[in-house]
Ligand binder design. Structure first.
Ligand code: ADP
Ligand code: MG
Length: 267
């Protein structure tokens, strides 16, 4: 059974002028457990909207969305709250997505409190500490606040916050786009390591072809709310069939050397 299955999912917004904008315009696909599906496309092509619809952070207008076999659109608010811990999201701007008034400990602990199934304070602190360690942050960070952290460290906190409840599926919405190159590579290596260790499934939204080339097993090319092409990353990027994919690739920056052998850089 695929972990994600979408059938003809649609979402239309109104532009400020009142015109309909089909942000997601009839999308169907499935993702197997442990896979990384990349979603690539220009700004405004509907990638973030699709990511939010998958997790029901935004309500679809129509279509079917199954996660782990469950009809997400049919879940009650209470049922959805219970499932949240299995289906998580990491955002592009770590600082904007972390509450600046809370300590790192409070930020990472919050999903455990919401889920209500993680026992005592001591048990939660143990989980928070272990998860921070998994993303390369020592106990020294527990009482610090987001503003005192670098961009890379903030994104590690964002990732810890999402992993602390032991999810099966994570939507990564441009998780490294706001970071500079060395830090980007180091965060991507960490995400790969965590995926292998925890058997995670990723949906990886990006506008950067080189990142997708190295990180995703399959890729979907999105344009004006539709998938114009989907297939193995190698096939789609080495031998694009659609004019839009070719145009997107020719507009891309020249390949950035990627060195998977380098150690994760802490920054
Ligand atoms: P991407 O992530 O690929 O840049 P988005 O999913 O953010 O694209 O946006 C797709 C389209 O939907 C854009 O035209 C955007 O302006 C529009 N859109 C997204 N969210 C909203 C919203 N909450 N209200 C109105 N329009 C929106
Ligand atoms: Mg976006």
């Amino acid at each position: 059974m695929p972990i994600i299955e979408l059938k003809d999912v649609r979402k239309t917004f109104r532009s400020p002028q009142g015109l309909p904008v089909a942000a997601v315009d009839g999308i169907s696909f499935s993702v197997e457990r442990g896979e990384t599906l990349g979603i690539i496309g220009e700004s405004g092509s509907g990638k973030s909207t699709l990511g939010r619809l998958i997790l029901r952070l935004s309500e679809a207008d129509s279509g079917t969305i199954l996660l782990e076999g469950e009809d997400v659109r049919a879940l009650s608010k209470a049922q959805l709250r219970k499932r949240r811990r299995r289906w998580q999201i990491v955002f592009q701007e770590p600082f904007a997505s972390l509450n600046p008034r809370l300590t790192i400990r409070q930020i990472v602990e919050e999903p455990l409190i919401v889920a209500r199934t993680y026992g005592s304070r001591a048990e939660r602190l143990r989980r928070v500490t272990e998860t921070l360690e998994e993303v390369g942050l020592s106990q020294d960070f527990l009482n610090r606040r987001p503003a005192n952290l670098s961009g890379g460290q903030q994104q590690r906190v964002g990732i810890a916050r999402c992993l602390v409840t032991d999810p099966a599926l994570v939507v990564l919405d441009e998780p490294t786009s706001s970071l500079d190159l060395t830090i980007r590579a180091s965060i991507l290596r960490m995400l790969s390591r965590l995926q292998a260790a925890r058997g995670l499934t990723y949906v990886f939204v990006s506008h950067d072809i080189e990142t997708v080339r190295h990180f995703c097993s399959r890729v979907a090319v999105m344009h004006r709310g539709r998938f114009v092409e989907i297939g193995s990353t190698h096939d789609v990027l080495s031998n694009p069939q659609q004019p839009y994919t070719k145009a997107l690739m020719s507009a891309a920056m020249p390949p950035i050397p990627y060195n998977p052998g380098t150690q994760e850089v802490m920054a």
